[in-house]
Design a protein around this ligand. Structure first.
Ligand code: 5HY
Length: 251
């Protein structure tokens, strides 16, 4: 099977971290196609960044539909454009936040999310409610680390995130940690060893869940709100994103 893992920001070095985490858990026979959004923000750290990032993401999914992708992973913790992507995809589509929260709820009654900037905390809190995870998510914590500082060795990111995870276990009554950024994908194993509790990276979790869904022969339902977008005229610089009248969003 072929799983397309898309980084909705435009920072290719971050896509490399994401791709390595995805390939590390992919089953034999699963091909990981990693893609960086061709346009938009270098990092996603708020509602505006998220909104603009969706266009590049949709471009990559439309391309994936012509490349025979069997499933998709949206590798950004805000799960930007999740439902829009599901409308134009045949195969299953998972956001890393959704995947990580569900996996965490399988291994602990309560989990904490440790994310980057405080201003993005609300985005994670909205997703907790959207996914019905209020009974499991004990707290969303921020480290005030900008997304792109995660890959800067001088930022102390690994130490700062590890200490915040340790505090979460001690103070939130949580039994597991969900890492709140795709750029943290390479830290999960180290932090789990350090704090002695499950640490869930959403990229890895989403890859395994997409594999499971494809293995079950399941794709995105085309009955109801996730049916193909209705054909209509699109104008201006986004005219090429016009829904394809034959059904799929792929032209
Ligand atoms: C992410 N931003 O996973 C989110 C994390 C965040 O560019 N990739 C980003 O801080 O919301």
């Amino acid at each position: 099977m072929r799983i397309k893992v898309i980084n909705p920001n435009t920072t290719s070095s971050m896509t490399e971290v994401i791709a390595a985490a995805a390939r590390a858990v992919a089953a034999p026979g699963t091909e990981i196609v990693a893609a960086t959004s061709p346009m938009g923000p270098a990092s996603i750290e708020g509602h505006y960044d998220e909104a603009v990032s969706v266009i590049g993401l949709l471009e990559e999914v439309r391309r994936g539909e012509t490349e025979g992708a069997d499933g998709y992973v949206i590798a950004c913790f805000g799960d930007p454009g999740l439902l829009a992507v599901r409308e134009i995809a045949r195969g299953p589509v998972l956001g890393i936040a959704e995947a990580a929260m569900h996996v965490a709820s399988f291994v602990a009654t309560g989990f904490s999310i440790v994310t980057t900037l405080g201003r993005t905390r609300i985005i994670a809190e909205h997703l907790v409610r959207n996914y019905g995870m209020e009974h499991h998510c004990r707290r969303v914590r921020a480290t005030e680390l900008p997304v792109l500082e995660l890959e800067n060795p001088a930022s102390g990111a690994r130490r700062i995130i590890t200490e915040e995870c340790r505090r979460a276990l001690a103070e939130d009554g949580s039994g597991a940690i969900v890492l709140g950024c795709a750029g943290m994908a390479d830290l999960a194993a180290h932090i789990a060893r350090e704090i002695g509790a499950p640490v869930i990276d959403g990229v890895a979790a989403a890859v395994k869940l997409v594999e499971a869904l494809v293995g079950l022969g399941l794709g995105t339902s085309k009955t109801g709100d996730l049916a193909w977008p209705l054909p209509k005229r699109y104008t201006g610089p986004l005219a090429h994103l016009e829904p394809f009248s034959g059904g799929s969003g792929a032209s």
